[in-house]
Design a protein around this ligand. Structure first.
Ligand code: TMP
Length: 209
């Protein structure tokens, strides 16, 4: 029996609130589907019961940062084992709107007692992405985009400045692509697509023209 080659790739778009991770994950999923690839779009917090609880905790200032960190990690392990891993095994390109880097950046910025090492450790059961792209924007601009909405507890300029620094440092150390999103959506999306296509080519994953 001929074994079919898996065409899978696990892509993550991450960044501070208002950097456009959801918009660009959606656009990227549409683009890859048009290119003839089986594409699975997902997000964190996930749709699990823990993910739903986390969505309510985003409105609750009284949840300790360590509880947030542990729940995000628990949600992620479920998300990876029950959804992402299965789709990758079925040959899908998986795009996750946020993943481990969100926990590293947000939870380590939330409290001085939370180290990046600890966050990495509690997340060690979640599989690693093949490609992480950090979407970067000054929080002053990103929060201005949300001015009419009720803000979540992390949507605060001074916290997001800290979070942004962690993302940029991590990107430098881990070699992640950083794409500035304070520009026309189509131009930003084109840059993201360029990075993804290069990765697909490196992996020998064929696309339709
Ligand atoms: P979003 O759905 O608008 O991206 O909001 C999710 C919020 O949750 C955002 O403020 C980032 C935060 N978050 C964390 O703090 N840690 C995490 O691990 C994840 C996935 C999200």
């Amino acid at each position: 029996m001929i074994k079919t080659m898996h065409q899978s790739l696990f892509i993550v778009l991450d960044g501070i609130d208002g950097s456009g991770t959801s918009t660009h994950s959606n656009l990227l999923a549409g683009f890859l589907s048009l290119k003839g690839l089986k594409t699975f779009l997902t997000q964190e917090p996930s749709s699990s019961e823990i993910g739903k609880l986390l969505r309510t905790y985003l409105k609750n200032e009284r949840i300790p940062a360590s509880t947030d960190a542990l729940l995000f990690a628990a949600d992620r392990v479920l998300h990876y084992k029950n959804e992402i891993k299965k789709k990758l095994e079925d040959g899908y390109i998986v795009i996750s709107d946020r993943y481990i880097e969100s926990s590293i950046a947000y939870q380590s910025s939330q409290s001085e007692n939370i180290s990046i090492e600890w966050v990495k450790n509690i997340n060690k059961f979640a599989g690693k992405p093949d490609l992480t792209i950090i979407l970067d924007i000054d929080p002053k601009f990103s929060l201005a985009r949300k001015h009419q909405k009720a803000l979540d507890k992390f949507e605060d300029t001074s916290l997001l400045e800290k979070v942004r620094k962690v993302y940029l440092n991590r990107a430098k150390n881990e070699g992640y692509f950083v794409i500035n999103t304070d520009d026309i959506i189509e131009l930003v999306q084109a840059k993201i697509q360029e990075v993804v296509i290069e990765k697909l080519n490196q992996r020998g994953i064929q696309t339709k023209n």
